[in-house]
Design a binder for this molecule. Structure first.
Ligand code: Z5A
Ligand code: MG
Length: 221
């Protein structure tokens, strides 16, 4: 059993229930280990100066080149990377609502190359598990429809889903961190049960050192 915290990432399509599940896991873990031992974080973090630029872009209140917004999303993670690392090392478990996988899946769906999209996130703290909430764009749409933000269009969501699946495939090959696909189209109780089963499986099983994400990609080039 490792003394450091576990880094749990929740990813998935829009309306797949990421924020709902992140909240539930955070609550359950806090009940089990205490409030001080578990933190809930979310990307984009719209509260920082970089996050405010992202928020304005997502609401179509400002325009940016695809490359520029991609780098801002990554910088928004780097600005808290050292605090994630120190929390994990201090035994705090982190539940993270979206991470690098959203970064690559969304930007690549706009036509940027996969490798280019991956590069700025290389070296960030590596999650111990990625719970990918999978849902068809049609089923997601039934959950109140897509909102008003820039990427909330069915066609784009379809391409984003393919990109997530590609990342999952690569993850399984490299075994760098574990990728668990969860059918998020089911009812809330059933999805919650599947998510909790996956969380319980990884809690405390991680290596003592936090790995740096996707470092093997640097060695390839
Ligand atoms: N983005 C990016 O491009 N690059 C990056 O690096 C990052 C993000 C990090 C904003 O993200 C955008 O940023 C996003 C990706 C891009 N683009 N889009 N589009 P965001 O995280 O701020 O988006 P959000 O609006 O907060 O979350 P969401 O993805 O749309 O929703 P969700 O968190 O997955 O779902 P939810 O809010 O938990 O649930 C949605 C509804 O479904 C709600 O009414 C629930 O009560 C209901 N629900 C939940 N679970 C169920 C089940 N099982 N059954 C039925 N109903 C359910
Ligand atoms: Mg959300």
């Amino acid at each position: 059993m490792s003394a450091r915290g576990t880094f749990i990432v929740i990813e998935g399509l829009d309306r797949s229930g990421k924020s709902t599940q992140a909240g539930i896991i955070h609550k359950k873990l806090a009940e089990r280990f205490g409030d001080q031992r578990v933190k809930l974080i979310k990307f984009p973090d719209r509260t920082t100066p970089i996050g405010k630029m992202i928020d304005s872009y997502l609401r179509s209140q400002s325009d940016l080149d695809d490359q520029a917004i991609h780098l801002l999303f990554s910088a928004n993670r780097w600005e808290v990377a050292s605090s994630i690392l120190s929390d994990l090392q201090n035994g705090i478990t982190i539940v993270c609502d979206r991470y690098v996988y959203s970064g690559v899946a969304f930007s690549a769906s706009k036509g940027l190359s996969f490798d280019w999209c991956v590069a700025p996130d290389v070296g960030l703290p590596s999650p111990d598990v990625v719970l990918f909430l999978d849902i068809s764009p049609e089923a997601a749409k039934l959950r109140g429809g897509y909102g008003e933000e820039r990427y909330e269009k069915e066609e784009m969501q379809r391409r984003v889903r393919e990109n997530f699946k590609q990342l999952g495939k690569e993850q399984k090959t490299t075994k760098e961190e574990s990728w668990v696909e969860i059918d998020a189209g089911k009812g809330l109780a059933s999805v919650t049960e599947d998510v909790w089963t996956a969380v319980e499986k990884v809690m405390g099983q991680q290596a003592e050192d936090v790995q740096k994400l996707w470092m093997h990609r640097l060695k390839q080039s």
